[in-house]
Design a binder for this molecule. Sequence first.
Ligand code: GTR
Length: 344
Amino acid sequence: MLKEKIAALNLPVFPSTREEAIEMLCREEYGYLPPKPISMTWEDEIIVPRFCAGKAPLHKVTLNCAMPNGKSFSFPIYVAIPADGKAHPAFLHINFRDSVPDLYQPSEELCDNGYAVFTVCYNDITKDDNDFTSGLAGVLFENGERKNDTDCGKIAMWAWGAQRVMDYILTQPGVIHERVTVAGHSRLGKTALLTGATDTRFYCAISNDSGCSGAAITREKQGETVKSICEEFPFWFCKNYYKYKDNEHNMPFDQHWLIGLLAPRYAYVASASNDLWADPASEHLACVAAGELWEKDGFITPDRPPRIGDSFHEGKVGYHLRAGEHFFSREDWLNFMTFLRKKG
Ligand code: GTR
């Protein structure tokens, strides 16, 4: 049943190399990621010594990036590493807010389960609006003007910021460097997938309710479409993407490529039953299509659309459909930890 559904969509075949897939997604959808900094320094300040009962003091670390164009760009991140002298797997959460803990981030529970938790607030990288004059955008674009149709949108800039957090994580002895998972919700779930897809240093990338232009197959998608997302949030993408408004069937790619770029590493897609705008069935189908890109055991699912309460944790791609609204809930995080624990 799922195979027939996928076949009927006529999805573009994944290219023979990762590089071609990344090139296509960047050129046609998100824009090219900004260049890496030439060098990076940081300042580290403990802001809540007794965070998590003192088991994981909370640090604010300011990352200072020297950019190839001679300008510099700084942004803060928040860091809680269990202080038991051991090295820990880590979550890098790209969040909507800089509060730690947060509505969307159960820091203490994550730390108590042995995870180091790194948080970056997307607005600290560049604001979630059509203004390209401030933050990282202001450093990249003269007069805030995106001249080329392939110039990056805000999602690509947020992904760039998360990759700089990874640069920092790799200097931290309290973290197992091969076990860093990037996670985000909704627009930041799209961002988390792009971050992990274009940077093989990440162990796993998690999309929570990311839907259109994130984890959901675009062809025949219900709820949000390329047209609606480009009209409401044109600044998330490069200008080339606009040509696929009402023209999804001519896209030379689809979103299973983004998930497939995580192969042979791990990917996770989470859906919520009432989130019809994101379209759980299309998110699940994307996992089915992407699963083929792993040599074996990519995505293991029963041959039917997902049902509320399903969680599929056996393959390299994890998936769950929880009851409720578009939200990044504790239940989602618990599922992610269950999945990751199974992988060792
Ligand atoms: C919606 C948008 C979605 C999703 C969401 C969010 O308004 O249409 O693509 O990303 O915002 O980020 O909360």
